[in-house]
Design a protein around this ligand. Structure first.
Ligand SMILES: Cc1ncc(COP(=O)(O)O)c(C=O)c1O
Length: 399
């Protein structure tokens, strides 16, 4: 068994070569005219923003997409100069900073366009915007009549440039029946054409998230925005099955994140004793129990109590009793070599065993997206893989 070194009690190893390979695999599905924006919001789905962005850029990502201006600022401070799309809401106080940073902003209301126009005028700069069209998600977009009015407003605002039109699929990953997604795409294309007929022809037209990138080449348009697939995870079982059923090109995606801790202590517990808060596990025969210095404070979900297993020495060690704030107890009775200091895998592979984000998600009733994004920010993200020797403090370096 590997004995972990260093101060950290729990950490995530992020395999940058795998992240790079995922981007390359996704690029392999695209025609040369389609660009790829790696979605690195939510701290790169929990993988560490600049680590992951660096690997994606090394893999050929042309753009980066984030949710907030704060994420765009972090990318800028780390030296990235790829076009960056801010997809989420901007508070009005952020308009000037958005213009100053030169980010692309997704817009869907008059007020934001006015505010950006004023900020652009004040700074004597221009701001590229991407108008979001409503096609069935009812989250951010506008319908055709409003889109025409907003596009006209943008055309009248000298500092605001309509660079893109976008939409977002509502259920493409939830089902193997993509009728609704196809309808969304048709509506998007019809409305893009109507805008074009009115003289609004932005250079970037984009719709595809991971599932659409994987399943639906006609959705690729000028730009795709894959998030979850970039991290080596399938958006859902339905997407995986659809890919198997369809004639889509086979893509190999490699999960890149391994969440680890190490054994703090191994103790013997006699039959008749109980384990942890609430005494929810009753010991029926003598066992060896390992105490792990990780808990729900670190993002190890309390609903994994008495349910999950972790990997010790390449074998499964069941969680016994309740997950505590800072500790978890696991049964290592059948793993005789387990000792204090040994590495434990909470998520990822060890030997021939694996705990996937999907397995953890099933255990707690959620999705892989939530599993990796919920690992607490204080848990260090450590780069591994054949890019990890690269200097990550670079500035304004172009790939
Ligand atoms: C607007 C938008 N585009 C793209 C994505 C990436 O989605 P996925 O992770 O399913 O590829 C997201 C993520 O939720 C999103 O909100």
């Amino acid at each position: 068994m590997t004995v972990a070194r260093g101060l950290a009690r729990t950490w995530c190893e992020v395999d940058l070569a795998r992240l790079r390979a995922n981007t390359q695999a996704l690029l392999g599905l695209l025609t040369p005219t389609t660009k790829l924006a790696a979605v690195v919001k939510a701290d790169a789905y929990g993988h560490g923003l600049s680590l992951a962005a660096r690997a994606f850029v090394a893999g050929g990502a042309h753009w980066l997409a984030v949710d907030s201006l704060e994420e765009a600022e972090r990318l800028n401070a780390a030296g990235f100069d790829q076009p960056t799309l801010v997809m989420g809401w901007l508070p009005p106080e952020a308009y000037s900073e958005a213009v100053r940073l030169g980010v692309r902003v997704v817009v869907y209301d008059r007020e934001t366009i006015n505010g950006l126009a004023r900020a652009a005028e004040g700074l004597k700069r221009t701001v590229p915007v991407h108008l979001k069209l409503e096609t069935g998600n009812n989250r951010q977009g506008v319908r055709l009549d409003e889109a025409l009015a907003l596009a006209a407003q943008i055309a009248r605002s000298p500092g605001v440039v309509l660079e893109g039109l976008s939409t977002h699929f509502a259920d493409i990953e939830d089902t193997t029946d993509h009728t609704f997604a196809r309808r969304q795409l048709e509506l998007f294309q019809e409305n893009s054409e109507r805008l074009g007929a009115a003289g609004h022809r932005p250079s970037m037209v984009h719709a595809a998230n991971s599932a659409a990138t994987l399943l639906c080449p006609e959705s690729h348009l000028n730009l795709v925005r894959p998030g979850i697939a970039s991290y080596g995870m399938w958006p859902s079982r339905e997407t995986f099955i659809s890919a198997l059923m369809g004639r889509n090109e086979r893509v190999v995606l490699s999960p890149a994140l391994t969440w680890k801790t190490r054994i703090a202590q191994v103790r013997a517990v006699a039959a008749g004793e109980s384990i942890g808060y609430g005494r929810t596990h009753q010991v029926t025969h003598p066992i060896r129990l390992a105490v792990l210095p990780v808990g729900y404070y670190d993002g190890y979900d309390r609903r994994l109590s008495n349910l999950a297993y972790v990997l010790v020495g390449g074998r499964r060690a069941p969680v016994l009793g309740r997950v505590c704030m800072n500790m978890v107890m696991v049964d290592v009775t059948d793993i005789p070599g387990a000792a204090a200091g040994h590495e434990v895998v909470l998520l990822g592979e060890q030997g021939s065993e694996r705990v996937s984000a999907e397995t953890l998600a099933d255990w707690v009733g959620t999705i892989n997206y939530e599993v990796t994004t919920r690992i607490a920010p204080h848990v260090p993200r450590v780069p591994v893989g054949d890019l990890s020797h690269l200097d990550f403090s670079f500035r304004k370096e172009r790939q």
